[in-house]
Design a protein around this ligand. Structure first.
Ligand code: SPQ
Length: 743
């Protein structure tokens, strides 16, 4: 397909070397119309003839000087080891203002050669490297689409002329390439690891097997794995010979590192160390998946940086059906933490495969714990004991997850190694002094960024002492953080809470055989005990079920059953508040699963009325307020919330962000410093912003059930942090919300 014609921005493009890359560059730009003339140069007369015949260039020259006369841009697309000679020849010519650029796969040697040839690097030289290719070669394979959606790395130097860089950047972008700029050394290191090393291994493996006397046997039985792994050994040997010589130093560095890793694997096989092997293989598999997602441009844990995902929620709808929402986020986090610190193998079922819980899982893998899965909610954790964690290879990235950061800070405060905990833009704004301060009182050494924000660096080798801490706010994360630190602190650690908060940590510690004493609002642990692996069944998350409890209540003629929901009394504030508002919710089939109460929840449409929300229910429904505000905005009368200033320091300022969105939909809302006043009425449609907060995005999806026009909800990628299949389940029960641009 010919590129869209545009007005010329340069007079003459000269491409030296009409192979696949040079030919494709020439052809694509010729079709784009950006160059008034495209001239080709090649030593081979047949290539020159074909280049004109196939429309790759306007004309060809055998003579370099003739071709370069009046050139605006000269692209050097010859094999990398021929670059040096070509640059020497070019240096003898009068190139005027021409911009020089190249396509060599290693940049250090090209830059060195240019510096020598020109006696100092020309300012209008822009080194480049398109990461694209094909099994075909030669000018006849020229393809103007070859670079579309492929990376092109430009490696400008300090002296590089900004206008020249901009021009080369523009030309590659016109071919549909994703252009990135990088330092020369960085480029060569990255390419040595990601491209050159794998080619060396593929060539080396095939050659090694082919040399053996039984080679026919080996190749006859070679399965798909061998074919996949060695596909690239079919690449052009001369080109690769050139690349290894050109990028010698960087290749040697990466090869040496790999050799020592390979030796470690050999030792593990020799020693029958299955644990080590499983560790390497599970980590590799996860890394591979992560990498595939990056290639497919899908979010992994860093959803905040992904494109603006917009939910389009169409008005109205009646709800029906039975669904099971995903596993409880708080319990999923804790299952990984305690399972990792336990002795023996813990099996988890119903694990939430959302990005937050996966961030915790990855953190423990980074600290040497072998974790299999998750696969359909099943996770197998090979615990390392309370003192078995290892220093992670670098900072631990926790994405959007406040729970991960706060709980981890407690249990990391007493390890022997230093760790830095980082997160995405939202997590980087959340207050960490609430955990850093009491941990320091226990003897921890912790650095934070200004005002106690992440990143947190937790120094190892500290001896912690137990203490009694009266929490200034009702926070399960602070309580859990200190109890986890208490597992390592001399003596006993007691946390006193001003109001009841979720007690999953206390329950699960007991499930792992660790004694916890709870007396009224005091929870105490003592060090010196151990955690014994167990089986954990994670119930469905009441915080996720809450969206459907409100949806089923406010939609007309609706009845919905939510199966197997965790109804721990420290989490059921949402049911109590909705019932006070007149909701029809019943608990069926109550049972206990692994120390946590569970029930099926039936919700039917009801006429809701506004209420003064009792303050003692606030910590018991802390995550459900965004959707409760939606319920209040369509209820009859006024709803008042007080004592909920904690909502301002969640993934977003949930009071302000919900107030802004509801106001945009025409609701009567007044935010207050510690809550909100909502006068129920009707909701219109419009654009609202979730500010990357999963619970805000899902709440406005529910609001559509009573809206009179469509609601467009911006910035919804983070729904995947807590509720990966929200849109699927919403559609299944009758909420008309989809991702914009997808059916
Ligand atoms: O993990 P994160 O980002 O803090 O998640 C939230 C949520 O809405 O999913 C809070 F924004 O849940 C917290 C909850 O608000 C999870 C949690 C826990 O698992 O211990 C406790 C609560 O936080 P806090 O600050 O009240 O202790």
């Amino acid at each position: 397909m010919a590129a869209q014609q545009r007005p010329p921005i340069i007079e003459r493009l000269v491409v030296i070397g009409l192979g696949l890359i040079g030919g494709s560059f020439a052809k694509g730009l010729r079709e784009s119309g950006l160059c008034r003339e495209v001239v080709g140069v090649d030593l081979d007369p047949e290539s020159r003839r074909l280049a004109v015949e196939l429309g790759v260039v306007d004309r060809c020259e055998a003579d370099l000087a003739a071709a370069c006369q009046g050139a605006s841009v000269i692209q050097l697309a010859v094999p990398i080891l021929a670059m040096e000679k070509l640059l020497r020849e070019l240096a003898k010519l009068d190139l005027g203002d021409a911009v020089l650029t190249d396509v060599g796969s290693a940049k250090g040697n090209v830059v060195r050669a240019a510096r020598l040839a020109f006696d100092g690097l020309p300012a209008r030289f822009v080194p480049g490297h398109p990461i694209a290719g094909s099994e075909q070669s030669g000018v006849e394979a020229s393809n103007s689409e070859l670079f579309r959606r492929h990376k092109v790395i430009l490696t400008p130097l300090e002296r590089t002329d900004a206008a020249a860089l901009q021009l080369v950047d523009t030309l590659w972008r016109a071919l549909g390439a994703d252009v990135e700029h990088m330092a020369v050394e960085h480029h060569d290191e990255v390419l040595a690891a990601t491209s050159h090393l794998p080619h060396l291994l593929a060539f080396g493996l095939v050659d090694s097997l082919a040399k053996r006397s039984e080679n026919l046997e080996i190749f006859r039985y070679a399965a798909g794995g061998f074919r996949d792994f060695t596909r690239i050994a079919g690449s052009d040997p001369v080109m690769w010979h050139d690349i290894f010589l050109a990028n010698r130093e960087a290749v040697l560095r990466t090869l040496d590192t790999f050799r020592s890793d390979l030796d470690a694997l050999r030792d593990a096989v020799d020693a029958g160390d299955g644990h080590q092997l499983l560790g390497v293989f599970t980590r590799a598999r996860v890394a591979r998946e992560h990498f595939s997602k990056i290639l497919a441009r899908r979010a992994y844990v860093d959803a905040m940086h992904s494109n603006n995902v917009i939910f389009l929620a169409n008005p109205g709808g009646r709800l029906s059906g039975r669904i099971r929402v995903p596993g409880d986020k708080s319990i999923s986090h804790r299952s990984i933490m305690l399972g990792s610190l336990a002795e023996g193998t813990t099996e988890v079922e119903g694990f939430l495969e959302g990005e937050d819980a996966l961030a915790t899982l990855q953190a423990f893998r980074d600290m040497g714990v072998v974790i299999e899965g998750p696969h359909h909610g099943r996770v197998t954790i090979h615990g390392v004991g309370l003192h078995g964690l290892k220093a992670p290879p670098g900072p631990i990235y926790l994405g959007n997850s406040g729970t991960s950061m706060r709980l981890l800070s407690g249990l990391l405060a007493a390890q022997s190694f230093d760790v830095t905990l980082t997160g995405d833009a939202s997590l980087s704004k959340r207050p960490m002094n609430r955990v850093a301060k009491p941990l320091r009182e226990m003897g921890a050494l912790i650095d934070t960024a200004a005002e106690g924000r992440p990143p947190m660096t937790i120094h190892g080798g500290r001896r912690l002492g137990g203490m009694t801490y009266e929490m200034p706010m009702a926070s399960a994360q602070v309580k859990s953080c200190l109890l986890l630190a208490g597992l390592y602190a001399a003596g006993s650690t007691t946390v006193i809470e001003p109001a009841p908060t979720r007690d999953h940590t206390e329950r699960m510690l007991r499930g792992f055989g660790y004694p916890v004493s709870v007396q009224g609002n005091r929870a105490t642990v003592e060090s010196g005990h151990k955690l014994i692996a167990t089986h954990i069944e994670v119930p469905a998350d009441i915080s996720s079920a809450a969206f459907f409890l409100v949806a089923g209540s406010i939609a007309e003629d609706s009845e919905l059953v939510l199966e197997h929901v965790g109804v721990n009394p420290t989490r059921t504030g949402v049911i109590d508040i909705l019932r006070l508002m007149g909701a029809d919710i019943t608990l069926e089939n109550p049972r206990e699963v692994g120390g946590e109460p569970v029930a099926d929840l039936r919700v039917r449409s009801a006429k809701l009325k506004g209420i003064d929300i009792p303050e003692d229910l606030v910590p018991l429904a802390i995550d459900e307020f965004p959707v409760l505000f939606v319920a209040a905005s369509v209820a009859e009368g006024r709803t008042v919330l007080r004592g909920a200033e904690e909502l301002r320091v969640k993934e977003s300022d949930r009071i302000q962000v919900m107030a802004d969105g509801l106001l945009a939909l025409g609701a009567k809302v007044e935010p207050t410093p510690d809550g909100i006043i909502i006068d129920g009425g009707t909701l219109g449609g419009g654009d609202v912003h979730s500010h990357g907060d999963h619970r805000i995005a899902m709440s406005f999806s529910v609001a559509s059930l009573r809206a009179t026009a469509p609601i467009r909800i911006h910035d919804c990628a983070n729904v995947a942090t807590s509720f990966p299949n929200f849109l699927g389940l919403a559609a299944q029960v009758g909420i008309r919300v989809t991702e914009e641009g997808k059916s």
